[in-house]
Design a protein around this ligand. Sequence first.
Ligand code: ATP
Ligand code: MG
Length: 461
Amino acid sequence: MHIPLGARVIIDALTARGCEAYVVGGCVRDSLMGRAPHDWDVCTSARPDDVRAALGARYSVIPTGEKYGTLTVSVDGALFEVTTFRGDGVYSDGRRPDHVTFSDSLLDDLARRDFTMNAIACHPQTGLVDPFDGAKDIRRRVIRTVGAPQARFTEDALRIMRACRFASELGFSLDPATADAVTALTPMLANVSAERTSAELIKLLLGAHVEHALCTYRAVLSAVVPPLAALQGLTQNQYHFLDAYQHTVKVVAASPPAPEVRMAALLHDVGKAACRTVDEHGVVHFYGHAKASVEAARALFAEKLRFGGDFCKRVLLLIRHHDAEIAETDAGVKRWLARLDEPAFRQLLDLKAADAAGHAEAAREVHAAKVERLRLLLDEVIASRDCYSLQSLDISGHDLLAAGREPGPPIGRLLRALLLAVIDGTCDNKKPALLQYAAALEAETAPPAGSPCNRAHTGDF
Ligand code: ATP
Ligand code: MG
């Protein structure tokens, strides 16, 4: 195992003080699998004060979770979490231990960990410490709890979600007893905080084996994202060969591994169940489902999951427009760029391409080809350096104020109307022409005398 120099330096310094220290957890698991670990954690018999004494003089030691025994040590710019051996105390709420108990025993520390594959320590000189046969489980590609699964999931129900997340990332299956406990205890996920569930959900969605995980652990996914439950068995129309849940799974798996796009893919059709109608010819429709999905996703973000406001906004935008018709013209693409910005528009095309992949064959090819053409058109528009944003408009709010208008929202509306006129080719992107066009627009929409309202025509995006 190639343990990076920084981790070895830390282990050597702690050993020199008479303490035990090892790399442990995800980094050991990933190394044994031949995957590159994204970070290296150290566990040690040293108490936080000893860690500080051993390393503080030469390296910066940051108290990132001292209460839980964790300090972060920076060695040549690389960060390592160093955590004192713990034997976690009682879990009275299934969320977090009431208190953590520091221990002198590596075995205690490995025994408190969730799965055998995550309960392996490694010392640069003496090698692996693997009391629960985690290396064998890795070879068998099996996720198995350390100790009795019922007890371990009852202690901390997040581990149920973590089992599914690792299945998605690694392509492993659950050991039968672990799987049975997942099935029996899934409702306990309700006790887990939104922050912890949300972090695991994102990791699950980004996994290379997400299709397998979403199909196999439907009940867990529906516990975390309740509107998914109504998609199961929801039959669709001639454009689809899958039910709405299976379609959703395909769309997630076909999306690029970007958190916003995968989350939007997961939620893009959650409003379908409420919108399903059958017309007089027996044809199924889902009129208005994009809007209904936005509302369901918004409620989910407010009540069950916890993400940053900007992330939620971008996901909702993608859901809102996932089935929007985009005209295959320069002006059509520019209108979307004026509305979304380039990264969001590219993500929308990614989502549309993934959505196409989840349709029946004929519809799939038509939609996929259209997205490809739109991507080419978008590249051309970007390369052309034509105007498609307020920033590239040859007139600003200041210019409109300088020409005698009152400050306020109508200025913003007028600017957007001018932008649309430039995009559509009805006005040159030159200040004099724009000023003239603005005056004409205002004259056209001037209210009758005495009306309090004086709104510029804003055009329809
Ligand atoms: P990743 O590669 O995603 O970081 P990881 O295995 O390192 O995977 P972390 O969430 O970083 O996962 O946790 C580090 C280690 O802490 C795990 O390997 C596991 O040993 C232990 N651990 C984390 N969460 C729990 C938990 N809820 N219950 C028990 N042990 C846990
Ligand atoms: Mg980790």
